[in-house]
Design a protein around this ligand. Structure first.
Ligand SMILES: C[S@@+](CC[C@H](N)C(=O)[O-])C[C@H]1O[C@@H](n2cnc3c(N)ncnc32)[C@H](O)[C@@H]1O
Length: 202
């Protein structure tokens, strides 16, 4: 069993990180379309940005004023910086980092369940990362209603992989203070329940 950060650092060494863009892009597209639909301009943080592919893409939108990526894996952040000198990347534990200026949109794909206490992360992001009226949007594939994901903790030998229901994730948004909470699943296919997307406004 290895820590999530260690596992993902090894993914960079083997080139497996690049598969995440392919596997997550449909859900991420759905999330981004929703989160920026009413915004004339926006600043953006990708929490657990991996190799930075979402930051690189979003920064090409003409109404994106600032795009930042944060990830705990040095290999991921070094790769992100090598591919992109325009945007900002930080190698930090999400619980221990805050931006200099709060942003309009915090986006995160396949990250929150790697925390022992995700509720602490929701509260930290709510208080320190997001402007009033700004949005957090989270996508995860490992959750109770998505049965094929239940074996992942064993399969990937990762020390932390929390398995919660859709209602539990929504209640963590609510307890952190988020309002107008909405959730849906994107990409259902047979047993695969799709990406659980949860969002709320500060
Ligand atoms: C499944 S990957 C997703 C990466 C990216 N969001 C994507 O869709 O390609 C999970 C990422 O979360 C990062 N991560 C896990 N725990 C973290 C922590 N405590 N602080 C910062 N990043 C963390 C890992 O390093 C990894 O890059």
């Amino acid at each position: 069993m290895q820590s999530p950060i260690k596992v993902f650092s090894e993914w960079v060494e083997s080139g497996k990180d690049e598969g995440m863009e392919k596997n997550h892009s449909s859900s991420v597209e759905n999330m981004i379309k929703f989160s920026i639909k009413d915004l004339d301009s926006f600043s953006f943080i990708d929490a657990g940005c991996g190799n930075g592919w979402v930051v690189r893409n979003i920064s090409n939108y003409s109404n994106c004023t600032r795009a930042i990526g944060v990830d705990g894996s040095l290999n991921m952040i070094e790769k992100a910086k090598k591919l992109d000198s325009k945007n900002q990347y930080y190698c930090k534990d999400l619980l221990k980092w805050s931006p200099d200026d709060k942003v309009d949109v915090v986006h995160s794909m396949e990250v929150f369940y790697y925390f022992e206490n995700p509720d602490h992360l929701f509260k930290h992001i709510y208080s320190n990362w997001i402007k009033e009226g700004g949005r957090l949007i989270m996508g995860i594939d490992h959750y109770e209603e998505n049965k094929p994901s239940h074996t992942w903790k064993q399969d990937c030998c990762v020390t932390i992989m929390k398995l919660f229901s859709e209602n539990k994730w929504k209640s963590m948004f609510e307890e952190a203070g988020f309002k107008k909470i909405e959730s849906w699943c994107h990409g259902k296919d047979g047993d695969w329940n799709g990406t659980l997307i949860v969002t709320g406004i500060r």
